[in-house]
Design a protein around this ligand. Structure first.
Ligand code: FAD
Ligand code: MLT
Ligand code: ZN
Length: 500
């Protein structure tokens, strides 16, 4: 299956790049590139200081490869601004030099959007020093955070004031608040609190135009035109650099209980979850794993099996409240048809042990892989059908799956594809994502489009929507320097990144 149409074809894009090289000629181009690199480096050093402009190849290396190891590129330099004024000054200088800027937070993104391409042209804008923590506004239940603050630091900061960050995910130690805004991250609490966009009360950003837009007042009612903060959620660094975020918080709840429920099959588990949602008022998470994944995690991390016997499918649910939800959860689980076994944990250590079984899937699969990753959602009514059909379509490939069952979000990981050619991987992508589209699902539930899925955007978005995306991009990033080649396919050659 070929990719959906998105304007210019790959051949035309390659021809455009080739024409530029032949016009300038290699030696002159090399000399002038060297001079312009030196000039830009000097200008950037004037903004951030020598210590924060990294150009040594060994120091740059970790910024040039993504978490999956599948996307590798080369950066002209890595720049580490500490304030939004410095971000604006860096962008302005890159605009003047016509140099693309790839924004990078914790580099935990899973769609290849956070690393530069192989041309060595782009500057990586690392947000790690945008790490300001304002005091928690306990009256508004909000906090203003620098974009480079990690989720774990934000969580500790909020907890110290009696609050929680509503969005949580396993990469919390490295993923940044800015990166989570830029990807509109989901995670394990979406069924209670929604994705990042719902929890952002305002954003400050430097747009590709060089303009600084700042809307950090945190008013819950503010009907004064376009929602620029909402637009920046999910923009994947293609419109500008998020520098600061006004985040909604939720009160820390004193009682919390987790349960791992074992099931004969995924279909029965889906029906059971629908009843649990109706009966357990404080349900915060409903995550699923299956036997093959549990075996992989236990073998990779030398962990014990959760039950004395193996079961085909497992649902990890967590509930929290001002009153202890254990009895409510136990009663609801006790009435469910098909539950084969259950482990209940209310202590923090026991809960963490259950969560490890779920959260270590990504690392276990990376160690066994690299896997071809598909982060998709399908309507709850089509979920079982999707899993059955995709496994038989891809057989005999090994298909692992797990995910956020409460959100209809499946993380499908296909192993054994390492040696496949780009054309074979395209065919695999077309098969999986085509089926998702046929069932009314989304080709990206929560990780974004990045470089990995840009060729397939047309399966989830209409030509009119994609044209509107381009208009928005042209208005906010008129020089096209913000993450070219991410999200929208036209801006860069298809063969710009190794490892596709
Ligand atoms: P990066 O990887 O650095 O960047 C991601 C994208 O955002 C890039 O396009 C980048 O250019 C852009 N960007 C980053 N910072 C900014 C900024 N300040 N301004 C503008 N653009 C910016 N994701 C989920 O949604 N749910 C999960 O449950 C989940 N679990 C994960 C578990 C593991 C083990 C791992 C490795 C990843 C997981 N992810 C999950 C994916 C990832 O953690 C999220 O996408 C996260 O939001 C990325 O944040 P980051 O700071 O690492 O961003
Ligand atoms: C998760 O929910 O664990 C993730 O989004 C990461 C993955 O898809 O591997
Ligand atoms: Zn996920």
């Amino acid at each position: 299956m070929g990719p959906p149409g998105q304007g210019r074809g790959a051949g035309e894009r390659r021809a455009r790049g080739a024409a530029q090289v032949s016009v300038e000629g290699p030696p002159a181009a090399h000399r002038s590139a060297h001079r312009s690199t030196a000039r830009l480096e000097q200008a950037l050093v004037e903004v951030v200081g020598h210590a924060h402009l990294l150009s040594d190849p060994d120091v740059k290396r970790s910024f040039e490869v993504d978490w999956t190891g599948q996307y590798r590129g080369e950066a002209r330099a890595v720049v580490r601004p500490a304030t939004s004024a410095e971000v604006a000054a860096v962008l302005t200088r890159c605009v003047a030099a016509g140099v693309p800027v790839v924004t990078q937070g914790g580099n935990t993104g899973l769609v290849g959007g956070s690393v530069p391409d192989a041309t060595g042209q782009a500057v990586v804008m690392s947000t790690g020093r945008l790490n300001q923590l304002a005091a928690v506004d306990t009256t508004a239940a909000q906090v203003t955070l620098g974009a480079g603050v990690t989720l774990a630091v934000a969580q500790a900061h909020a907890r110290a004031a009696g609050f929680e960050v509503p969005v949580d995910l396993a990469a919390r130690g490295s993923a940044t608040i800015g990166g989570m805004v830029a990807t509109n991250a989901g995670g394990v609490h979406v069924l209670r609190h929604g994705m990042m966009r719902r929890n952002v009360a305002g954003v400050e950003a430097v747009l590709g135009s060089g303009d600084v837009v700042s809307h950090l007042g945190g008013l819950e009612k503010d009907n004064t035109g376009y929602d620029l903060s909402g637009l920046l959620c999910g923009s994947e660094g293609t419109l500008g650099v998020v520098t600061s975020v006004r985040l909604r918080l939720v009160p820390s709840l004193p009682h919390r209980v987790a349960a791992l429920l074992a099931w004969p099959d995924v279909g029965t588990m889906i029906a059971g979850l629908a009843r649990l949602r109706a009966e357990v008022s404080g349900l915060e998470a409903a995550e699923y794993v299956v036997r093959a994944g549990v075996e992989l995690v236990c073998a990779t991390f030398a962990m014990p099996d959760p039950f004395a016997r193996p079961y085909p499918a497992y649902l990890l649910v967590e509930a929290a409240g001002t009153l202890d939800p254990t009895a409510e959860l136990a009663a609801a689980a006790g009435h469910l048809d098909g539950v084969l076994d259950a482990a209940v944990a209310s202590g923090a250590r026991q809960r963490a042990a259950l969560w490890q079984l779920r959260e270590l899937h990504t690392e276990a699969l990376a160690a066994a892989g690299p896997p071809r990753k598909y982060d998709v959602s399908v309507p709850a009514s089509g979920l079982s059908q999707f899993l059955d059909r995709v496994s038989s379509l891809l057989a005999p490939a090994v298909c692992h799956h797990f995910g956020h069952l409460g959100d209809g979000n499946v993380h499908l990981n296909v192993l054994g594809v390492d040696g496949r050619s780009a054309a074979e991987l395209d065919e695999l992508d077309g098969t999986v994502l085509g089926l998702v589209a046929e069932l009314g699902g989304s080709i990206s539930a929560e990780h974004g489009i990045g470089r990995l899925k840009r060729r397939w955007l047309g399966l989830s978005r209409s030509p009119a929507e994609i044209a509107t995306f381009r208009s928005v991009k042209a208005a906010l990033d008129p020089h096209g320097i913000c993450n070219p080649g991410v999200l929208l396919a036209d801006d860069a050659p298809d063969d710009d990144v190794g490892g596709r």
